[in-house]
Design a protein around this ligand. Sequence first.
Ligand SMILES: C[S@@+](CC[C@H](N)C(=O)[O-])C[C@H]1O[C@@H](n2cnc3c(N)ncnc32)[C@H](O)[C@@H]1O
Length: 179
Amino acid sequence: MLGAPEVLQLNSNIMQAIGAKKVLDIGVFTGASSLSAALALPPEGKVHALDISEEYANIGKPFWEESGVADKIRLHIAPAAETLQKFVDGGEAGTFDYAFIDADKTSYDRYYELCLTLLRPGGVIAFDNTLLDGAVVDPSKDTPNTVAIRKLNEKLKDDQRINLSFLKIGDGLSLCFKK
Ligand SMILES: C[S@@+](CC[C@H](N)C(=O)[O-])C[C@H]1O[C@@H](n2cnc3c(N)ncnc32)[C@H](O)[C@@H]1O
């Protein structure tokens, strides 16, 4: 489940290019994407790391410490949609710079709408696994994950609120640049 190194590296480079300070990392697992984001941010930057379970994040925490960025990462343990909604309700709409979405695939569209609200114009949403190992273009594949990602890809293609780059790196990375 670990994010592909080339994907995490591209995320970091874009974060730095756009001067990101406030980042959403949705789907933490063992903390690699949170760590690479934190390393890309300036000292005052914050990564809000969202996961439903702390079990695997606990494996990553010592590495956050060792890298000197633990104070830049705030872990939120709850279903990610609830945490994102709390940010919206707390008046944080338009204040985030970057969101990396890499959690449960059937919720990607929900995360997209919440993240679009939370991002500033010029902010970026990155979706991991938008090729799903090729399943999205295989008509014989119809698992809930495949159907959800296929629908999302169709939606993003025509969404006038963003500019889209659909990249064939890792397992597919879709970059949505908020207008
Ligand atoms: C693919 S892994 C994340 C990998 C991580 N981004 C990285 O680069 O190493 C997916 C994570 O999403 C989390 N997850 C699944 N459903 C979730 C939900 N409803 N809310 C928050 N996190 C969820 C899982 O616990 C798991 O840690």
